[in-house]
Ligand binder design. Sequence first.
Ligand code: AMP
Ligand code: ZN
Length: 113
Amino acid sequence: MSDCLFCKIIAGEIPSTKIYDDEYVYAFADIDPQAPFHAVIVPKTHITSAAEINSDNSIYIAKIFEAVAKIAENEKLEKGFRVVNNCGEDGGQTVGHLHFHLLARRYLQWPPG
Ligand code: AMP
Ligand code: ZN
């Protein structure tokens, strides 16, 4: 998608701070962090939101959660972390490329509000 912010970040057309990278997944530092550690994890293919996941593209979800575990180990997040997906208008999604937030290094309240 030529006009997609996260596709441009994946392509290196917009700079980002890399946290993790493999064949399926890219993770980078959130520009407006909501916790001392805040990564944005995206599939390296354009999927608009969690509402678009199906049996043809769900491999990316498995790969994203494999990346979560690797990042948690690399970053020593042994106290825990939270993975968040915002989907659609009421879910608070502001960028139309599927992404998961990985938040850590502070106590995260529940419910989030
Ligand atoms: P969401 O609100 O769930 O759609 O999350 C989008 C996230 O992308 C927000 O946390 C933003 O701070 C983050 N974001 C937007 N632009 C950039 C950027 N250029 N680099 C890194 N993170 C960004
Ligand atoms: Zn995209």
